[in-house]
Design a protein around this ligand. Structure first.
Ligand SMILES: NC(=O)c1ccc[n+]([C@@H]2O[C@H](COP(=O)([O-])OP(=O)(O)OC[C@H]3O[C@@H](n4cnc5c(N)ncnc54)[C@H](O)[C@@H]3O)[C@@H](O)[C@H]2O)c1
Length: 359
């Protein structure tokens, strides 16, 4: 049975990928995750007891631990989601980002290379190291245009810069050592189990409790949104049929301003839990979640617009995003309403305070 090593598999996207791999492949999945504030075993609860799952609560920067895991698991594919991921935190302190997102990638590439060199020819051919990256490495766009894989890297936040460094390390191990690495760069993901520091769960949980909905700046920043299940489906296709050495953009073809997105969330919540019947809103005399929206000082260096062109992936591998935003958002809102225990556990690690004002 082949083994897929998923680093960062207890986070938002990584845990979705673990479930996707268990469902769609007959292989074993070995998860490496050091369980930072953003990672949790709760995200894997449905599959934790699977005989095809192994869990290692280790840090990807821990060289001896990685060497031992690679020697034991002998993975056919390595998929690296493990990272510090919140831009606002990278503004307050970039050090954990450089450590996890740069040194961590180097450590995994070294462990992969040592392992890869021990493999027989056929298994070497089949080996893949997939580095999960972000459209934020390209920097910001103006009113028009889309990022393409050949565009220069121009990251603006410490988070994006650390991710760009990881991409370049993956490239260098391919060019220098021949290791079959690939990089994917995806736009903004949404879906169940996203940590409440990120826009969608933060707004949703605040709205339900009648707390202000803090929209950065004028709310006009544009992001492309993709459901996490569409992202993971694309990743499996890249693992199965992508060309080593290549970069693939992954986008949802679904651009919206932050303000429009927050208003859409309010409208969905209104359907599922009308504000007029929510005591937290009623006690403030409000009958519409949109009344909670507040414009707050912008994030320093806030990129105005991102949009990715995923023609390369669509043409080479035939992948398409399938989940319409309205459907995916409604499913996400329902999930957060129904998973109160998950929320409470996440909030023992973060209490929705404002981060990243660079002061
Ligand atoms: N969320 C998005 O919209 C988005 C978009 C594009 C790319 N990405 C990339 O996808 C990946 C996953 O993002 P996410 O949103 O699921 O993030 P997340 O913060 O929910 O999960 C990150 C996971 O990595 C683990 N981790 C962090 N440092 C580690 C270390 N040193 N060793 C082992 N594990 C460690 C955490 O415990 C957590 O489980 C990241 O690399 C991110 O850059 C995310």
């Amino acid at each position: 049975m082949t083994t897929i090593l998923v680093c960062g598999g207890a986070g938002f996207i990584g845990s979705q990928m673990v479930r996707h791999l268990l469902d769609e492949t007959g292989g074993r999945v070995a998860v490496v995750d050091r369980l930072t504030y953003a990672g949790s075993r709760d995200n894997l609860v449905e599959v934790m007891d699977s005989p095809r799952l192994a869990f290692y609560p280790e840090d990807i920067t821990d060289r001896p631990a990685m060497t031992a895991i690679f020697a034991r698991e002998r993975p056919r594919w390595v998929v690296n989601f493990a990272a510090e991921t919140h831009v606002d935190r990278s503004i307050d302190d970039a050090s954990p980002f450089i450590h996890a997102n740069v040194t961590g990638v180097q450590t995994l590439l070294d462990a992969s290379l040592t392992h890869w060199r021990t493999l027989p020819e056929e298994e070497r051919e089949a080996f893949r190291f997939l580095q999960i990256s972000t459209d934020e490495v390209y920097g910001a766009l103006g009113e028009s245009g889309e990022f393409r894989e050949s565009d220069p890297l121009a990251p603006n936040s410490p988070y994006a810069a650390s991710k760009a460094a990881g991409d370049l390390l993956a490239r260098a191990w391919r060019q220098t050592h021949g290791l079959p690495t690939l990089v994917t760069r995806c736009s903004n993901n949404y879906g169940p189990r996203q940590f409440p520091e990120k826009l969608i769960p933060l707004m949703l949980l605040n709205a339900r409790e009648g707390r202000p909905l803090p929209v950065y700046g004028d709310g006009g920043n544009v992001r492309d949104w993709i459901h996490v299940a569409d992202h993971c489906a694309a990743l499996l296709q890249v693992l199965e049929r992508g060309q080593p050495g290549e970069i693939y953009n992954i986008g949802g073809n679904c651009e919206h301003t932050n303000l429009h997105l927050v208003q859409s969330l309010c409208a969905i919540l209104q359907e599922l839990l009308p504000a007029g019947e929510n005591p937290r809103l009623r006690e403030q005399g409000l009958d519409d979640y949109r009344s909670l929206i507040r414009f707050v000082p912008d994030r320093p260096g806030h990129d105005r617009r991102y949009a990715v062109n995923s023609d390369k992936l669509q043409q080479a591998l035939g992948w398409r995003p399938r989940v319409p935003l309205a459907e995916g958002l409604a499913q996400t809102v329902r999930w957060y309403l129904e998973n109160e225990a998950w929320r409470l556990a996440a909030e023992s690690r973060y209490r929705r305070e404002r981060l990243g004002l660079a002061m």
